[in-house]
Design a binder for this molecule. Structure first.
Ligand code: FE2
Ligand code: FE2
Length: 294
């Protein structure tokens, strides 16, 4: 069982990360949808708007609740997020509310042990249940999209493997939220295999979305794909399970690669079919994995 203070703090810590991640999945679905999928693009836009509303609520509730080192961990926003959002809006025509990002810079950190009022606990509980309900619907939407895409009923410019990837991330958030609602301390159990597998997926999508002429970036992404496939394989057997130091070092390395790539895309120093908001998103997921390990 977790205490009420942990319940409130952990809920908000996870929301600030996951609400933005799921909102961006909706943006990526919309941005990669050709004209025949217009109704799907509109549905994705509605999920984006609903996640925005919950993110604004979570930011409002987070003042004085989250330690400064967590706020500064690079899992909620990075030095690139705001400009990457502006570029994504300019390139795709999708409205992206950068005011939300700017408001996150001013979240007041936890300064003293806080006491949770029953009012606050109720607000968090209501927020968690509302997010669970929206995410249940988003999971269904993505499952249908995956089925349609993999059976060739529709075409989108998002890889089938990436649709599966974002679906599994939404299910992960559902699982964490359900565990928090049960006040279950094992809410983040097995996060290492989940995130190791994700780092391998990220490297593979990046490998496939650099311009074919960008050999150095392609080779680097391929190296990380092999590295995280190997680490994931080793995690399947307790006898070969990688050390925390190895996982941390490898994730820090891919994090640096994602940061370099995001900067290079923003500066137009590398050609690709990735939005800088996409690589910044992958960067924040690496920072989240690093945060969980520390
Ligand atoms: Fe993601
Ligand atoms: Fe991911």
């Amino acid at each position: 069982m977790i205490t009420t203070e942990m319940y409130v703090q952990w809920s908000l810590q996870y929301h600030l990360f996951w609400l933005r991640i799921l909102k961006e999945h909706a943006i990526f679905i919309e941005a990669t949808m050709p004209p025949p999928g217009k109704s799907l693009a509109l549905a994705a836009d509605a999920y984006k708007q609903n996640y925005d509303l919950f993110l604004i609520t979570a930011i409002g509730l987070a003042n004085g609740v989250i330690p400064n080192e967590v706020l500064q961990s690079g899992q909620y926003y990075t030095q690139f997020t705001e400009v990457a959002e502006q570029i994504a809006q300019q390139y795709t025509g999708i409205n992206i509310n950068t005011e939300i990002t700017i408001s996150e810079y001013d979240i007041e950190p936890l300064s003293a042990p806080f006491n949770v009022t029953s009012n606050m606990e109720q607000e968090i509980s209501l927020l968690n249940q509302n997010i669970l309900s929206l995410t249940g619907s988003f999971v269904q939407f993505q499952s249908q999209l995956l089925n349609n895409r993999s059976s060739c009923g529709i075409f989108t410019l998002m890889y089938t493997g990436d649709i599966l990837h974002i679906l599994l991330e939404a299910k992960r958030y559902q699982m964490i939220l359900s565990a928090l609602e049960d006040k279950d301390e094992e809410a983040i159990e097995n996060y290492k295999t989940f995130w190791t597998h994700n780092m391998a997926d990220h490297a593979k999508v990046m490998r496939g979305q650099f311009d074919p002429t960008e050999t150095a970036y392609f080779n680097r992404a391929n190296m990380f794909s092999n590295l995280f496939d190997t680490l994931y394989g080793e995690e399947m057997d307790p006898a070969t399970y990688p050390s925390d130091a190895t996982l941390l070092k490898s994730t820090s390395d891919i994090r640096d690669f994602k940061a370099d790539t995001t900067e290079a895309i923003i500066q137009c120093d590398v050609q690709s079919i990735m939005l800088p908001l996409y690589t910044d998103h992958l960067l924040r997921e690496a920072n989240h994995f690093i945060f969980l390990m520390q």
